[in-house]
Design a protein around this ligand. Structure first.
Ligand SMILES: NC(=O)c1ccc[n+]([C@@H]2O[C@H](COP(=O)([O-])OP(=O)(O)OC[C@H]3O[C@@H](n4cnc5c(N)ncnc54)[C@H](OP(=O)(O)O)[C@@H]3O)[C@@H](O)[C@H]2O)c1
Length: 217
């Protein structure tokens, strides 16, 4: 996969900004999306000096997705449905990567659609596949390009799209696992609530997961 563009919807936030830095590589175009174009541009000014390679731009979420091959949804769950609804019609031919964890403060919950991922897919319909990833990664570690990353469980119903997302995860330095269909997303999303509890208990910002016992991966 060469010369591709990734739009990060909510890219001004903790996870999106950290992911942008990890994605920096020759031939990768990163578009930071925000509800406010000026905020996106300011975020790019802050991030740009730390970018290893690649190009970075900032604009509105809706503009950001236009030229992208991959669209990362990195907004809080409360904003996801409206955001995805607003982007609908612009997503054909793209792959949507959903990082969203439904949390009530720090408590995970299962939304009516079964998961945040399935809710996004219901709204988007057949226009684009939605693949879940990066839920269990620490944004702090993601933003430090020298920090080791935990494993990433990737789930979704479109095998080809899932494979491409796994390639991106590998490129940012994490081990990606095919964690099954979209119906598994609620477990992966909810696991983040457990990691938050672990981080609180053990006073860390680096909690993540490691899969063991899978040979030959
Ligand atoms: N932080 C982590 O370590 C981590 C790890 C795994 C998964 N996640 C998931 O990743 C997503 C983003 O997390 P985060 O910590 O980066 O969140 P965040 O910093 O609180 O928010 C990310 C961005 O979303 C936009 N936003 C906020 N409220 C919104 C709303 N109601 N509607 C639309 N956009 C809104 C804001 O951008 P603008 O104001 O510029 O529009 C904000 O900068 C969440 O769903 C979270 O569960 C986070």
């Amino acid at each position: 996969m060469e010369n591709f563009a990734v739009a990060i919807v909510g890219g001004t936030g903790n996870l999106g900004s950290a992911l942008a830095l990890r994605l920096g590589a020759p031939g990768v175009k990163i578009i930071i999306g925000s509800r406010d174009a000026e905020k996106a541009k300011k975020a790019v000014e802050t991030l740009q000096p730390h970018l290893r390679a690649g190009e970075m731009f900032g604009t509105t979420n809706r503009e950001a997705v236009k030229d992208a091959n991959f669209v990362v949804i990195a907004v809080p769950y409360e904003g996801q449905a409206q955001m995805v609804q607003d982007l609908k019609g612009q997503l054909a031919g793209k792959i949507v990567i959903d990082t969203v964890v439904p949390l009530n403060k720090i408590q995970p919950f299962v939304p009516p659609a079964g998961s945040a991922l399935q809710e996004a897919q219901q709204i988007i319909g057949d226009e684009a596949p939605v693949i879940g990833a990066l839920h269990n990664i620490s944004a702090v570690d993601l933003g430090d390009i020298n920090a080791p990353l935990g494993d990433v469980l990737v789930c979704g119903d479109n095998a080809e799209a899932k494979q491409k997302v796994m390639e991106i995860i590998t490129r940012i330095g994490a081990m990606a696992y095919d964690a099954g269909p979209a119906s598994n997303a609620y477990v992966i999303e909810g696991l983040t609530g457990v990691i938050i509890a672990l981080n609180r208990k053990y006073k860390s910002k680096h909690g993540s997961i490691k899969i063991t016992g899978i040979g030959g991966h």
